[in-house]
Design a protein around this ligand. Structure first.
Ligand SMILES: *Cc1c(COP(=O)(O)O)cnc(C)c1O
Length: 410
């Protein structure tokens, strides 16, 4: 008996003649274009479907932003700019990418602790919403504006006094480098009112990669409660409220896709409270991985196959240096396998238990450990699903100086 995969991200990708298709093209044709290089392939149609599926349930009054650090490839960002209401950036280079899409600066926000002088100057010049992460940063922005007659648009990032429970990455609650502790925010807002800054509102981001509706609902309730509490102490009305995101995608065996309906129904209810308490506020939800992770594949080629003391190994031209998260070294406590298939042999009569590795001289260079897959040959294509976010740019390409992967936007 072969075990069935417990969840099937393949639902977004069709198979023709046993070969995975990417936006109507056989994977083998994309691999031919890539030559002897491993590559990421991003399917724009899958991104479009993801946003449509989300929008069908997201309250119409909530604006959807794309956090471009999840996947900053210019073509991806341009496509996402067309599907969403705005972009979130975290560096001067990401800001350049965002502006190149034609997105109005008023719909771009710039977050991140420790923004450099270049980051802040570019943000002020562009006129985007600068998310202040500390009191020092507030004074730096004010100093840039001094004597220019300009009033840069700013919001305050609040480190909330609660956590997003069961979150893959906690970004708020307790001591954090992100934002200003909720209890310090009233004093910072009072000082802000004396500076040449245009205060538009608050950014409250509690965490990322969450698959539990009840945890997200609790975080959203507490986010709105905190926003209303802080608004009472604000010197100006809140015109912009970024409630963060945190919607997760399933990566590992046993994980199920997030059930959106209860989360979105709860947000609809919270909008009533926001409209009463913060009548001027635009409400923004910002998402990275939820919008793009499922649309991306990482593809590498089998270059060798061998057995060592009873374990079969597939050695490939890709690995940890291309896809750190799939190797288990990007914030995972226990390494688990991403969903994998053999792209040119999606089903097969004979299965083998294989461990898939890259060419690096380290045991950390693992792409899949002891997985049952159709028996693969040298030259076959190993595909890792759920690779559209935190893949290419979140990996140490220079480690061992092998060629970096290509990126193909389809
Ligand atoms: C990273 C980040 C995001 C995106 O998180 P995802 O898990 O990719 O949705 C959103 N907002 C802020 C402030 C971030 O730092």
């Amino acid at each position: 008996m072969r075990k069935r995969p417990q969840h099937s991200p393949q639902t977004y990708f069709s198979v023709v003649g046993n070969c995975l298709q990417v936006h109507g093209q056989p994977l083998t044709a994309l691999a031919e274009r890539a030559g002897d290089r491993a590559f990421y392939a991003y399917d724009s149609e899958v991104m479009t479907r993801r946003v449509q599926e989300l929008r069908a349930l997201l309250p119409a009054d909530i604006e959807l932003h794309y956090a471009i650090k999840a996947n900053p490839m210019a073509e991806v960002v341009a496509h996402m700019a067309g599907l969403t209401d705005g972009l979130d950036v975290a560096s001067a280079a990401e800001l350049t990418t965002a502006l190149a899409t034609g997105t109005p600066p008023t719909e771009i926000s710039f977050a991140g602790p420790g923004k450099s002088a270049t980051d802040l100057r570019d943000a002020v010049d562009a006129g985007v919403i600068i998310i202040l992460e500390s009191s020092t940063e507030m004074h730096r922005v004010a100093a840039l504006a001094a004597g220019t007659g300009r009033r840069p648009t700013v919001a305050i990032r609040v480190n909330p006094d609660f956590e997003l429970k069961a979150s893959g990455m906690k970004m708020g609650g307790g001591p954090k480098p992100f934002g200003i502790d909720a209890e310090q925010v009233p004093a910072v807002m009072a000082e802000l009112a004396t500076l040449p800054l245009d205060f538009v509102g608050l950014h409250i981001f509690s965490g990322s990669q969450n698959l539990r509706p009840e945890a997200l609902i609790e975080a959203h309730d507490k986010t709105v409660e905190l926003a209303l509490r802080l608004a009472a102490a604000a010197p100006y009305p809140i015109r912009w409220l970024n409630i963060g995101g945190g919607l997760g995608v399933p990566y590992f065996p046993g994980e199920q896709p997030l059930e959106l309906a209860p989360v979105m129904a709860n947000l609809q209810g919270l909008l009533g409270q926001i409209k009463t308490g913060l009548p001027q506020a635009r409400v923004v939800m910002e998402l990275g991985r939820y919008l793009v992770a499922e649309a991306g594949l990482y593809v590498c080629r089998v270059t060798d196959k061998k057995e060592s003391r009873g374990q079969l190994f597939l050695i490939t031209n890709g690995g940890l240096h291309h896809h750190l998260a799939a190797s288990g070294n990007f914030g995972q406590v226990v390494r688990k396998n991403y969903p994998v298939c053999i792209g040119n042999r999606v089903t097969g009569e004979v299965h083998e238990n294989v461990t898939i590795v890259g060419p690096l001289c380290t045991p950390l260079d693992l792409l899949a450990e002891r997985m049952e897959l159709p028996a693969a040959e040298i030259g076959d294509l190993v595909v890792l699903f759920q690779s559209g976010a935190y893949g290419y740019t979140a990996s140490p390409h220079h480690f061992l100086s092998h060629p970096p992967p290509l990126e193909i936007f389809a």
